[in-house]
Ligand binder design. Structure first.
Ligand code: N01
Length: 557
């Protein structure tokens, strides 16, 4: 069952035989790493499997794809000229606009001459003093390697019985054809209702003859309230961009400094006050909905009240009570990443959209024309969902997999990485991705991760975390050079303490209470370890202290 491919729009740049810093990935992390390393006087080269820059925004071209962090925040802050000259058009930028921005950055900072596109890094071998980087096109020796591989870049494509028999078109949201897909006059299925599904479903529904949404777990979604940005608002942010950025970096998720988290717990206020606070955030739209109260992700009772509010919104939006019931999650809100939508729940009021709850009607097998759905005991009383009777084959012209990613470690594990004593990273990580500061792994000298497991990464505005990591890594490399040192590696004891710290911070929250991709629970056989560290400001402070303390917890030689 081949999934739709992508067109290559890159150009070929040969990699040097030797380089100070080899960078894997030309997304926002890899591009900035290249720029920063060069600016610090290092030779650097990027290897990118795609045909262009942009990383996640290069691959995720599905209908409706846009960022759910406001564009004035989801952008680099390292260059005042760049942030002043670039004009975002909407509160939440679309994928094409973000990709244009990435391309602009690549041109503006003359990055492309040091990027080999269409080049996949296959193995990394530590040679005692440097890394041998083997790609699909050759070999380069690098003193340092930076993995800028992205947290959500290895597509998760679940296998189903007889899926090879299906003869219609199949697509994964994270690997969308560059030429786009015309769904008009097509009977389409979307599998998955995470952020990608929730963004694409309303847009696919516009064109498709019929859309069937296959939902395993309902997600919580809040309205985006996207809008054009007014010149006055842009000007007001740009007039004091530094302060705007500073305020954002002081929040837990490094975003939304202008809308601070409410000062109370949800149980500490009256019903009317709670409703007003939640309604105000609902009307404003976006991820900061969860910041109405300061204990949304620490107090189960508060979380329940916030979840009740959203369930009521679903009930009052979706006209068919059965469909509304099926769309209503019963889990902890925010445990899986909150989704942000435009007309998601409203879409289920369209006669040409149906919902199949896979917990009641599981996918039994694929056929030449479509999917056969089974029936569970709990669903046997009701044999129909929307127009579709239970235990039946439904024909589809196209099936969209919005089934997510092997997050945080997936792209790293695709590379065969052998460190000191030829030990494989996959072996070191067999019980979970041990690391120090989310930046480094014991036994793998001179290897850095950008927004790796163990760092706040996906719980934050990614660009803030990326910029922080890149700057920390570059400063570290410069300090080593200035001190006449050539290798750095995480100390095993510091690593053990760090893993314990991440687990204990995560354990104080409700994040660990559901089967999320943060825990690796969406990928069969993946160890269940909560990977990101909640809380950007404390993390950034710790990294600064480590650096000030001569890279405490690292062994340097
Ligand atoms: O992936 P997901 P995503 N059978 O893992 C279902 C970021 N992002 O691509 O919940 C049936 O969230 C799965 O069901 P379940 C953002 O951080 C950001 O949507 O596992 N269903 C779930 O419904 C986001 O969190 C933006 O039971 C199966 C869905 O597929 C992250 O990327 C936009 C299945 C996967 O949801 C990932 O989002 C898009 C199976 N075998 C993404 N396997 C923005 O900035 C999986 N599913 C807006």
């Amino acid at each position: 069952m081949p999934l739709g491919g992508v067109r290559n729009n890159g150009r070929m740049v040969a990699a040097p035989e030797r380089v100070d810093v080899a960078i894997v990935g030309a997304g926002f992390a890899g591009m900035y790493m290249l720029h920063r390393a060069r600016s610090a006087g290092f030779s650097a080269h990027v290897f990118e499997r795609g045909g262009g820059v942009g990383g996640t925004w290069y691959w995720n071209r599905y209908p409706g794809a846009r960022c759910d962090v406001p564009s004035l925040e989801y952008s680099y802050q390292f260059s005042e000229e760049l942030q002043q000259e670039w004009e975002w058009s909407e509160k939440y930028a679309t994928q094409p606009e973000i990709l244009r921005y990435a391309e602009h950055v690549a041109d503006r900072f003359d990055l492309r001459r040091s990027i080999s596109f269409d080049t996949t890094v296959q193995t990394l071998d530590w040679q005692g003093e440097a890394w041998r980087v083997t790609t699909t096109r050759g070999t380069t020796v690098a003193q340092y390697v930076v993995l800028a591989t992205g947290c959500l870049s290895a597509a998760n494509v679940p296998r189903f019985t007889d899926d090879h028999l299906y003869e219609g078109k199949t697509y994964h949201t994270g690997n969308w054809p560059h030429e786009g897909v015309d769904f008009s006059k097509k009977r389409v299925a979307v599998i998955g209702t995470g952020s990608s599904g929730i963004q694409s479903i309303p847009v696919i529904a516009e064109r498709a003859e019929h859309l069937t949404v296959l939902q395993r777990t309902p997600a919580y979604s809040v309205p985006a309230r996207n809008q054009k940005l007014s010149p006055e608002y842009i000007e007001s942010v740009k007039a004091n961009y530094g302060e705007f950025r500073r305020k954002n970096s002081l929040t837990r998720a490094a975003l939304g400094g202008d809308t601070p988290t409410g000062p109370h717990g949800a149980c500490e206020v009256s019903d009317a006050e709670r409703r007003d606070a939640l309604e105000a955030r609902w009307q404003k739209g976006g991820l900061l909905f969860l910041g109405a109260f300061n204990d949304a992700l620490t107090n189960p009772a508060s979380n329940q009240l916030i979840a009740d509010f959203v369930r009521e919104k679903i009930r009052t939006t979706v006209r068919d009570p059965e469909t509304a019931r099926r769309l209503s999650p019963d889990s902890v809100i925010g445990c899986k990443r909150l989704c942000v939508d435009t007309d998601y729940y409203e879409t289920f009021n369209r006669p040409k959209v149906s919902l199949i709850d896979l917990r009641e009607q599981p996918i039994e097998r694929f056929t030449k024309q479509g999917i056969v759905f089974g029936r569970t005991r709990s669903s046997s009383a009701s044999t129909a969902i929307g127009d579709e009777p239970a235990r039946t084959e439904i024909e589809f012209d196209a099936i969209v997999f919005a089934t997510g990613f092997d997050a945080m470690t997936g792209a790293i594990n695709k590379i065969e990485i052998r460190g000191r004593d030829r030990r494989a990273l996959a072996e070191t990580w067999v019980d979970g991705p041990v690391n120090y500061l989310g930046l480094s792994v014991h036994g793998f000298p001179n290897l850095f991760m950008v927004t790796g497991p163990g760092s706040p990464s996906v719980l934050t505005n990614m660009i803030v975390s990326i910029q922080h990591h890149v700057e920390w890594i570059t400063d570290c490399l410069a300090r080593l050079r200035d001190s006449g040192l050539t290798t750095i590696e995480a100390d095993v004891e510091a690593q053990r303490e760090w893993v314990e710290h991440v687990n204990s911070v995560a354990g104080m929250t409700l994040y660990t209470s559901c089967s999320s991709w943060y825990l690796g629970a969406n990928v069969y056989g993946k160890p269940r370890v909560f990977m990101p560290l909640p809380g950007f400001p404390a993390y950034a402070q710790r990294c600064a202290e480590v650096a000030r303390d001569n890279y405490k917890g690292f062994i340097t030689r």
